[in-house]
Design a protein around this ligand. Structure first.
Ligand code: ANZ
Ligand code: ZN
Length: 826
């Protein structure tokens, strides 16, 4: 019974959304204080970089997060759900160089625009808590945290290589180096040693691993972190230089292969290389090789299939296991940054060594025999990397290699030429950037007193405004006399400021704490508030942050905990990663130029449709292929819902709850069943972040409401009231509008989440009589509404029917739905 008339009111999403956005803004509707007095739930989505435009990745992350946050409010929690911007970074500085806009201005403009876009989406943020990391009232505290780490010995300075463009005379971030060339001028990028700041994250390597047990995080994120930390247990074995006896320790996970060493490899940057070749005929060639390799990234150097390059340096090393001399090489595949920067080459049992030895014609000496292999006929086609039995290994011959690993390590330790060691791939966190648009490092240098922290009451160390953005030269801050020249906090004499700024990952490593008391000028966060809110209960964001951001934030939290500043040591109890949006098989991104900008679709279909659409296209944690038509379907659903209310409003009975006992017709029971089943499904789906099926359950419910218009006003009223509430986390504007039209008090978003009645939701069962050739043989209980096909299948599967067959064939099956199945055999 579709009562469509020409005068019927149309779903005007624009008017509705504007109306509610204005209402929320004027009433500060999502202020955290509104849910005061309930159990806390800190809900956070990763804050955005203010690129200037919201893209679908943001829309997805924030729509998922917002649906979950709104649901928590309705479940009776005191919800903290704040917005912010990760506002420092390179793009602002590049814009300044290219377009002569100050980075601050570029950033503010973008933030203003993105704030409007976020408001336009109707996200339930407490805007009074907004945090912007490039504002002095924020970075003052980033600097304060640096000072706490510095005083605790967790921040230190040392020489480290930076990417250097000789023609721009400037340091480059990794992302500015394209195929070894400067992104701006295409010159060959070199490495330059500069004194830089590090945070001692390696002290926390084991704790970062162990604490995983406490975290409700996706397994793949934990695995990525585990690989990033790269804990590996092995033995450090001391080889010596033949002649001089200088020690060359090597780190190996396979001491059982030490008798199979046929050469040694040093990283080209290894300090011994210079020493051993200086003044020898090898010197020029070695130097040329080292310089060439230094320009290639670590990842390229160590990739499995990467070409193995190397040269012998003319010196020999003595293997402490058998006192044999082996030639020393340098090669691209050995990194100075890992282990000791030196490797014992065992081509028979290591894939990379095997490839290298084949290429260079080096001896391949097997020392592990595969199980069942004949030692006399045994030859190697490739490295044998599995366990086996020791051969060519002196007194260890015949021992299983897994056992020999321990026995040989013990033996080397006893002789003082080896010790067990744990190695990590994780490096200390290099945080200095030779950049302008970041938090200045609060350190000064005085000729008389040396390196000194800026006293806390002098913070913030403000960024100067008199800086020219040329893209050339060292850190831009070095050129601001007003910034560099200061006085020594200790002796009052002339002093210079550190001219580097901090990695923006430092800013984002603690922002979740600033939301707790963002306007406090005297503390970075109120400890009472931290006690009350932390840790974050639900964190939502992209998998691309599995390592850096999520490791840095964990480390900073642990360090602050150990300094007595926080009571907990893990910031994010549970984590959800939304999947990536693809367009024709490619990740949708600005750099690929295949972005469908959300604005146009939001304009055309509305924010509610955009939100439901992005939730509907796929399970939220899976990648999703963009299908533009999808939004039309979702928009039709919302407009059908709207029209239902517009036409059925006169039937709504505010007192329906007290009259439910009267709703007993078949139509009533069917509609009520759907209503309560939908509550159950949507609840369960939201709990599991399965928003796509939640939205489709709501679509089915609206269809049922149209189909069951013969149901009583009471049952229809129940459906109308509860549907509006279920819709609220997904399409909050429309839900609020429907709620108001129903004449209900308050806002839909702040009502209790509906409860379902399991008895009402249970599918009704009916008895089906099963006959064979007209004689009753069985009775089946099936869900009401089971279709003919299913009834036929159930009847034929009945054991009692089977027993009647006696080799005869089924000729015909007659089904009377809801009543009877007659199987005709013959
Ligand atoms: C000899 C050996 C024999 C190795 C064998 C492996 C198999 P993980 O597990 O990642 O810690 N290695 C050590 N330092 C290195 C460096 N600076 N650059 C490149 N490779 C290095 O790997 C440890 C293994 O990686 C070590 O064990 C060493 O090779 C290599 F049949 O030593 B092995
Ligand atoms: Zn001084």
């Amino acid at each position: 019974m579709d009562q469509t008339t020409a005068k019927e009111e149309r779903y005007d999403h624009k008017a509705i959304e504007e109306k509610w956005q204005r209402f929320w803004r004027e009433n500060d509707s999502y202020a955290t204080s509104r849910t005061e007095g309930r159990p806390k739930h800190y809900h956070l989505e990763m804050f955005a970089y203010p690129s200037g435009d919201l893209h679908w990745g943001h829309v997805r992350c924030y729509s998922v997060g917002d649906a979950a946050a709104r649901y928590r409010i309705m479940r009776g929690f005191h919800v903290l759900h704040p917005p912010g911007f990760d506002a420092f970074g390179l793009n602002a500085e590049n814009a300044a160089i290219k377009r002569k806009i100050h980075p601050a201005e570029w950033t503010e403009r973008n933030i203003a625009r993105m704030e409007e876009q976020l408001r336009r989406m109707g996200f339930s943020y407490d805007w009074s808590r907004e945090v912007i990391t490039s504002h002095p009232d924020y970075y003052k505290w980033t600097q304060w945290i640096f000072l706490q780490l510095y005083k605790a010995g967790l921040a230190y300075k040392k020489l480290a290589p930076v990417n250097w463009c000789p023609s721009c005379a400037t340091a480059l971030a990794n992302e500015q180096v394209i195929n070894g060339l400067c992104e701006r001028c295409d010159s060959q990028v070199t490495k330059k040693q500069m004194s830089q700041w590090f945070l001692r994250i390696t002290d926390y390597a084991d704790r970062l691993l162990e604490n995983h047990a406490k975290l409700q995080w996706p397994e793949d994120v934990k695995t990525m972190q585990r690989n990033w930390i790269g804990r590996s247990t092995g033995t450090e074995i001391t080889f010596t230089v033949q002649g001089s006896g200088q020690p060359i320790p090597v780190f190996t996970t396979r001491p059982d292969t030490v008798f199979g060493v046929t050469y040694m490899v040093l990283a080209p940057e290894h300090p011994l290389v210079d020493e051993l070749t200086r003044g020898t005929p090898m010197e020029p060639e070695v130097r040329e090789f080292a310089e060439r390799v230094a320009r290639i990234s670590e990842i390229e150097r160590t990739a499995e299939g990467a070409p193995k390059e190397g040269i012998p340096i003319g010196a020999y090393a003595i293997n402490p296991a058998n006192d044999e001399p082996v030639p020393i090489w340098i090669a691209n595949y050995v990194l100075m940054e890992y282990g000791t920067g030196a490797v014992m080459g065992v081509p028979a049992h290591d894939t990379r060594d095997f490839a290298f030895a084949k290429e260079k014609g080096l001896e391949i000496r097997p020392v592990i025999l595969p199980p069942g292999a004949d030692p006399d006929l045994f030859s190697l086609e490739e490295a044998y990397v599995e366990p086996g039995t020791q051969i060519n290994s002196g007194q260890f011959d015949g021992m299983p290699s897994e056992q020999a690993k321990e026995a040989i390590a013990d033996w080397l330790e006893q002789r003082g030429v080896g010790r067990r060691k744990v190695n990590y791939r994780l490096r200390d966190w290099l945080i200095s950037r030779q950049r302008y648009w970041g938090a200045p490092i609060p350190i000064v240098y005085c000729d008389a007193c040396g390196e000194l922290p800026v006293p806390e009451d002098h913070l913030p160390v403000l960024l100067p405004t008199d800086v020219e953005f040329t893209g050339k030269g060292e850190s831009p801050l070095a050129y601001s006399a007003s910034f560099v020249n200061t006085s020594c906090p200790k002796c009052g004499g002339p002093a210079r400021r550190d001219v580097d700024t901090m990695d923006t990952f430092v800013d984002s490593s603690w922002y979740f704490l600033r939301y707790l008391s963002p306007r406090r000028d005297d503390v970075p966060w109120d400890p009472e508030e931290a006690r009350r809110w932390m840790p974050v209960d639900q964190y939502v964001g992209g998998r691309e942050h599995a390592t850096m951001h999520l490791i840095y934030a964990r480390f900073v939290t642990m360090a602050l905990h150990d300094l007595g500043l926080l009571e907990f040591d893990e910031p994010f109890t549970s984590l959800f990663n939304q999947g990536i949006i693809y367009l024709q098989g490619k990740k949708m991104s600005k750099s690929r130029g295949n972005v469908v900008p959300p604005d146009a679709l939001i304009e055309r279909y509305g924010a509610d449709a955009a939100r439901c659409f992005i939730l509907f296209i796929a399970p939220a944690d899976e990648q999703a292929e963009w299908v533009e038509r999808g939004i039309e379907g979702v928009s039709r659903f919302l407009s059908r819902a709207f029209r239902f209310y517009a036409t059925s409003l006169p039937r709504f009975r505010p007192g329906w709850r007290d009259e439910l006992h009267t709703a007993t017709s078949d139509e009533d029971r069917a509609l009520r069943r759907r209503t309560h089943q939908t509550i159950a499904r949507v609840t369960d789906d939201i709990e599991r972040f399965h928003f796509n099926t939640a939205v489709s359950a709501l679509m089915e419910m609206i269809n049922e409401m149209y189909d069951r218009q013969r149901a009583s006003d009471v049952a229809v009223s129940e459906a109308m009231e509860l549907f509006a509430l279920l819709l609220s986390p997904f399409a909050p504007h429309l839900a609020e509008e429907l709620w108001q039209r129903l004449g209900r008090e308050g806002e839909a978003a702040f009502q209790s989440w509906p409860e379902w009645d399991a008895d009402v939701a249970r599918a009704e069962e009916v008895e089906i009589v099963v006959q064979v050739n007209g004689k009753v043989r069985d009775r089946l209980m099936v869900a009401a509404g089971t279709d003919s096909e299913s009834l036929e299948r159930l009847a034929l599967a009945s054991e009692k029917v089977q027993a009647q067959m006696n080799g005869r064939q089924v000729r015909k099956v007659i089904v009377v739905p809801g009543k009877l199945v007659n199987v005709v055999v013959g």
